[in-house]
Ligand binder design. Structure first.
Ligand SMILES: C[S@@+](CC[C@H](N)C(=O)[O-])C[C@H]1O[C@@H](n2cnc3c(N)ncnc32)[C@H](O)[C@@H]1O
Length: 217
């Protein structure tokens, strides 16, 4: 006779199974490896695909998984980020990319994040880092955000989200804007450069003057 699990325990177990499944299936080796401890951090996988509180209209298609610090720095280096840049991180999580861009590279940073709890966390981290006057975190859907002022865009999303985002990047961003993606490419838009940090790939594109026919859709 097998004792029945209480319902809340079954739900917790289901969440853990979902999180591990997503990491192994979708987010690749860079996400699955252990990350350096960070005094500001909770465990590195956080509530995948959960509706937001009682507001079931917000469905998060990409779970919150942090880019490791060495990957963040390499992303900013490959994009040649500097004090003249305005960097947008689409799906900014705990804010580490805009905050690092501000603190280490002197840029202005903007994070777009759908989860209000993460926006709050990112703002708190920016204050602690002494970067609150250089970075801004906006709660909203990255597909709806106006990103036209960016000179650098960073992404750590999923392959199909990158592909869906491509027309917006090519239409809204000025020629010469750099786009950097942790882990995933952009399908038919071939990168100018690919860097590696351990097993993780980082892709760099530059928005062209004219959109080539094969990318017009
Ligand atoms: C894999 S995490 C990356 C976090 C951070 N950019 C980094 O590299 O550490 C993806 C983030 O995108 C957010 N996200 C997912 N869908 C979104 C959407 N439609 N609009 C804005 N943010 C979204 C998630 O909540 C999550 O924080």
């Amino acid at each position: 006779m097998v004792p029945a699990f209480p319902m809340n325990l079954r739900r917790s177990l289901l969440r853990v199974v979902l999180a591990v499944g997503l990491l192994l299936a979708g987010l690749g080796p860079s996400s699955a490896h252990a990350q350096a401890p960070d005094s500001l951090e909770a465990p590195f996988v956080d509530a995948p695909l959960r509706p937001m509180g009682t507001d079931t209209s917000i469905q998060v298609e990409v779970p919150f998984v942090r880019s490791p610090k060495e990957v963040v720095v390499r992303m900013l280096e490959i994009a040649d980020v500097g004090p003249d840049d305005v960097l947008y991180d689409l799906g900014s999580g705990d804010g580490r990319i805009p905050i690092t861009a501000a603190r280490r590279f002197g840029a202005r940073g903007v994070g777009i994040e759908i989860r209000p709890d993460l926006v709050k966390k990112a703002r708190r981290r920016a204050e602690i880092a002494g970067a609150a006057d250089q970075v801004e975190f906006r709660q909203g859907d990255l597909f709806e955000a106006d990103i036209s002022e960016a000179s650098v865009v960073t992404l750590y999303l999923l392959p199909d989200i990158n592909t869906r985002l491509r027309p917006k990047l090519l239409e809204q961003l000025a020629p010469g804007t750099r786009v950097v993606s942790h882990g995933f490419d952009m399908d038919a838009w071939k990168p100018d450069e690919v860097a590696e940090v351990g097993e993780t790939r980082i892709y760099l594109w530059t928005v062209p003057e004219e959109i080539p026919p094969h990318l017009q859709n």
